[in-house]
Design a protein around this ligand. Structure first.
Ligand SMILES: O=C(O)C1=C[C@@H](OP(=O)(O)O)[C@@H](O)[C@H](O)C1
Ligand SMILES: C=C(OP(=O)(O)O)C(=O)O
Length: 463
């Protein structure tokens, strides 16, 4: 958590002038898009991703796979089949957008840029081990600090040669030799569920598949491991796992060919969070189209978490499918919650908690110290600098609401800090978000979506 020495532009977070009433179409899930890209790249036949998320993290994933020889064609609509280069940035996914993925032999030498994307830095080294030459990985300064040693050690145990200059982190080179033996491996994935997901996703292409045994403290973000298992099964992989009768903390993936799929990516439910929070803190009503009725995304837990904090919601049928409508009551309550399964929701919950009528205790999220920034330290510092009273605990935060005042909300290159600060800005005059563009990691269009949502706010009533 370091403040930038260069002073990026400040974005005046808009104040809500009344209860927000809006329908917000949220782009595709980062976690689903990046898993779908990896699985499509490893498949035995071409596949389609429809409505993929087009953001920094997913473009980095696509560019990395292309660097290793995978064909990824971006089409504006499936009927026109017009192709665009993957290097374009700054545009949100449109409903007609689709990516065609054409698997090929994976090649090195190749250079992979991971940015600060956990999914890219963890999911791709096992893919690179299948390439026929060296694949070098580098990224943002923060990526050097994010834990990766467990994946490196596991790959070595499974037969790969990885040169990490003895650091156990980025930058590194995976010396692919066209195949990986695979087999049994023990990992301590208490710092990130992505270690387990990374080893499972490529495992159908390992000669012996994989058996991953987690040893260590509790695993965070279990829904993301379920997502990995679900998506592997959907492309034909055979997976044994704890939740369907397997041994606790053990996952087995057999070796075998993967199918190419035509997959429509669900909206990113974690990115729906600030918009739902807007309904909660302004006593308004927000509808998110295409909310899935069955999903492994952790963001689905917002329905119960934000209901406990004072709102109410329902999934409704619409002409186009299903939608979630979430309504605030005009009151926001504190919450005592174990967020270990849904850590990526913690910044947004902390922001709402700072505006509540009673204290909150957020637990089970010590691993957030190793995310895009040290999120526990960053939230504490930034909310307190606006007059709040947040303290860090060993595994989370205690938030005691106090009247807040305006000021600069620093984001530390963390998209979820920027959206959390924007939620505070709805109710607190004069909040300025430093580097709101950092939302481009997973939600490039956030400032426009936010102002459009507020344009529908009913003027008059107090926020
Ligand atoms: O696999 C994934 O797509 C993710 C897993 C989680 O990581 P951690 O287990 O490191 O929290 C989550 O926080 C991250 O945003 C996305
Ligand atoms: C932790 C996150 O991302 P990453 O995939 O980089 O770990 C996040 O999006 O909240």
């Amino acid at each position: 958590m370091t403040e930038s020495s260069v002073q990026p532009a400040l974005w005046p977070a808009p104040l809500a002038t009344g209860p927000v009433e809006a329908t917000v179409t949220v782009p595709g899930s980062k976690s689903v898009t990046n898993r779908a890209l990896v699985l499509a790249a490893l498949a035995a036949e071409p596949g389609w991703l429809r409505r993929p998320l087009r953001s920094r993290d997913t473009l980095l994933m696509a560019d990395a796979l292309r660097a290793m020889g995978v064909g990824i064609e971006e089409t504006v609509s499936s009927s026109s089949q017009a192709s665009r280069g993957m290097g374009d940035t700054g545009e949100a996914a449109t409903t007609g957008e689709a990516w065609r993925v054409i698997p090929a032999g994976l090649h090195g030498p190749a250079d992979v840029r991971v940015g600060n994307a956990g999914t890219v830095m963890r999911f791709l080294p096992p893919v690179a081990a299948l390439a026929d030459g060296p694949v070098s990985f580098d990224g943002d300064p923060r990526s050097y600090e994010r834990p990766l040693g467990v994946v490196i050690q596991a790959l070595r145990a499974l037969g790969a040669r990885v040169d990490d200059h003895g650091r156990g982190s980025l930058p590194l080179t995976v010396h692919g030799c066209g195949a990986l033996e695979g087999g049994r491996v023990e990992v301590d994935a208490s710092a990130s569920s992505q270690f387990v997901s990374a080893l499972l996703l490529s495992a159908p292409r390992f000669n012996q598949g994989v058996e991953v045994r987690h040893v260590g403290a509790a695993l965070p973000s279990l829904p993301h491991i379920r997502m990995t298992v679900d998506m592997l099964r959907a492309v034909g992989a055979r997976v044994d796992e704890p939740e369907t009768g397997g041994e606790p903390d053990v996952w087995r993936v057999r070796s075998g060919a993967l199918l190419g799929r035509d997959l429509t990516i669900e909206p990113d439910l974690s990115n729906a969070q600030p918009f739902l929070a807007a309904a909660l803190v302004t006593g308004g009503r927000v509808t998110i189209p295409d909310w899935p009725t069955r999903t492994t995304q952790p963001g689905d837990a917002l329905r119960s978490l934000f209901t406990r904090m004072g709102g109410s919601c329902g999934i409704v049928s619409t002409a186009g499918g299903t939608a979630l409508t979430f309504a605030g009551s005009g009151r926001v309550h504190g919450i005592d919650a174990d967020l270990s399964e849904v850590g990526e929701l913690a910044p947004g919950i902390a922001a709402v908690a700072a505006l509540a009528d009673s204290p909150s205790t957020l637990r089970g999220v010590a691993h957030l110290r190793l995310h895009e920034t040290d999120r526990l330290a960053a939230l504490t510092k930034e909310i307190n600098e606006l007059g709040g009273d947040v303290t860090e605990t060993a595994d989370g935060l205690v938030v005691r609401p106090r009247p807040l005042h305006g000021g600069v909300f620093h984001t530390y290159d963390d998209h979820r800090m920027a959206t959390a600060g924007s939620v505070l800005g709805l109710a607190v005059p004069g909040v300025e978000i430093e580097n709101v563009e950092t939302t481009g990691k997973t939600l490039p269009d956030f400032p426009r979506m936010w102002t459009d949502m507020l344009a529908g706010a009913k003027a008059g009533a107090g926020a």
